[in-house]
Design a protein around this ligand. Structure first.
Ligand SMILES: [Ca+2]
Ligand SMILES: [Ca+2]
Ligand SMILES: [Ca+2]
Length: 172
């Protein structure tokens, strides 16, 4: 079972912003933390409903002070945590490949920690894109609109499902 590699606008930005610490194969699907809904087991395709549901869960995770708005700071923190989690997982996988002889000079955990303590993320483009009422934050509705827009752009053949191909076409 392979979780899908699609991420919402926020998650996607995080993955694109992530600079690999080590030369490693492309981040596998699971590299993006997906505390939200587990991906469908049978297929990596995503329906619009799944995308919107995921987006709602993401918004809930971002809006930590529960004021109904995703502030730039909240989005930044969320993205940063996603990028760092992706880097740690990538490192952990790289370690498994490198430690073929299992002599373990460096523990897996230590190796996984070899990522920056902080990463720079730029949420301005996302805010700009989604902030329709120009209050500087994304409301749940604005956030939803970004996800819907993103889905529409990627569902090239308009069948209401983002197929693996359509997800892949995004170049992730
Ligand atoms: Ca908030
Ligand atoms: Ca707004
Ligand atoms: Ca499609």
């Amino acid at each position: 079972m392979k979780p899908t590699i699609w991420h919402s606008a926020i998650g996607l930005g995080a993955v694109l912003a992530a600079q690999p610490l080590l030369a490693a194969p492309p981040i596998p699907a699971a590299a993006a933390p997906a505390p939200e809904a587990p991906a469908p087991a049978a297929s990596a395709a995503l329906t619009r409903d799944q995308v919107m549901q995921r987006s709602a869960q993401e918004f809930a995770a971002i809006d930590v002070n529960h004021d109904g708005k995703a502030s730039p700071a909240e989005i930044e923190a969320f993205r940063r945590s996603q990028v760092l989690a992706a880097l740690r997982l990538r490192n952990s996988r790289a370690f498994e490949r490198l430690d073929a002889d299992k002599n373990g000079y460096l523990s897996k955990e230590e190796f996984a920690k070899l990522v920056p303590n902080d990463v720079k993320v730029n949420v301005a483009p996302l805010i700009q894109r989604g902030d329709r009422d120009k209050d500087g934050s994304l409301s749940a509705a604005e956030f939803r609109a970004v996800a819907a827009d993103e889905f529409k752009q990627r569902d090239k053949n308009g069948d209401g499902v983002m197929s693996r191909d359509e997800i892949g076409a995004a170049g992730i």
